[in-house]
Write a protein that binds this ligand. Structure first.
Ligand SMILES: *[C@@H]1O[C@H](CO)[C@@H](O)[C@H](O)[C@H]1NC(C)=O
Ligand SMILES: *[C@@H]1O[C@H](CO)[C@@H](O)[C@H](O)[C@H]1NC(C)=O
Ligand SMILES: *[C@@H]1O[C@H](CO)[C@@H](O)[C@H](O)[C@H]1NC(C)=O
Length: 248
């Protein structure tokens, strides 16, 4: 075969490979690309020092704050025309009930009588969920429920004899417990008050479809900001505002 035909045949093959790679890309990518997902859990006791909470809410478990598409350098805000549909969510009563347990709104945000939880899910979905790689709103919300089930932080801590108490824990103790149970390294976020650092959020990292765990790198968009001594404790602030809270 003359050389020119061989070159043409190779070129054709190359184009075919490039073309199929491009169409594969188009099928698997919804919205803007991002590097990983942060699954963010919050400890309500500390959240309710930072913010005015709904009186009488449960503060005994870590609950979901959000599931956020993130780039190595920053948390992304979705810029999507898609809107949250409460009707679509309410069609799945099981999902609503799971969300009420695992992803409750803690803050008093909307007028009395309105659904604070629905407000929270709508806000989180429109800001973070509409550009995440899930096939629908309910799939995204349901994934966050699964992640909550798989990451019972309070139980993980308890297994390592870390229970809420009125004294600090070393940061490495908390980090190591999560690392051992999840085989990946978390980020810890604290709220600093006069008396010290209160554990506020635990961040777990996943690949962009939340199928595989990842180590949260310290170069990530958010970094551990706790000191070496961290309070993990119940805070019984009856009036639910941040006046008069001490760390003792
Ligand atoms: C996020 O990172 C990806 C590459 O990993 C890039 O394609 C995308 O444009 C970035 N998005 C933003 C908003 O910076
Ligand atoms: C996280 O990093 C550790 C130590 O480098 C490694 O052994 C582990 O496999 C990593 N975990 C994941 C989920 O990549
Ligand atoms: C917590 O411990 C401090 C001393 O470290 C003590 O002064 C305070 O009364 C304790 N608070 C409670 C609620 O036990």
């Amino acid at each position: 075969m003359p050389l020119i035909y061989e070159i043409l045949a190779m070129l054709k093959l190359l184009l075919l490979v490039l073309f199929s790679a491009a169409s594969l890309q188009a099928i698997t990518t919804h919205g803007q690309p991002y590097d990983y997902l942060q699954y963010v859990l919050q400890w309500p006791n500390t959240k309710c020092v930072k913010a005015r909470c709904i009186p009488g809410i449960q503060k005994t478990e870590f609950t979901t704050h959000g599931l956020w598409p993130t780039n190595l350098s920053k948390i992304l805000t979705c810029n999507s025309a898609s809107k949250f549909s409460s009707t679509m969510l309410q069609n799945d009563a099981t999902l609503v009930s799971k969300l009420k347990t695992s992803w409750p709104n803690l803050e008093q945000r909307v007028a009395q009588g309105k659904d604070n939880d629905m407000w929270f899910w709508a806000m989180e979905y429109e800001k973070h969920g509409t550009c995440a790689k899930f096939s629908s709103q309910n799939t995204y919300l349901s994934k966050a429920c699964d992640l909550w089930e798989e990451n019972k932080i309070k139980d993980i801590f308890a297994k390592h004899k870390i229970i809420p108490r009125n004294a600090t824990y070393k940061d490495v103790l908390l980090t190591n417990a999560i690392q051992m149970e999840t085989r990946s390294s978390p980020l810890l976020l604290c709220h600093r008050v006069n008396g010290g650092d209160l554990l506020w959020e635990v961040v777990l990292c996943y690949d962009d479809t939340a199928k595989k765990r990842m180590n949260c790198s310290d170069q990530s968009a958010r970094q551990t900001n706790c000191g070496t001594d961290i309070y993990y404790k119940f805070i019984n602030n009856n009036n639910n505002n941040n006046k008069g809270i001490t760390c003792s």
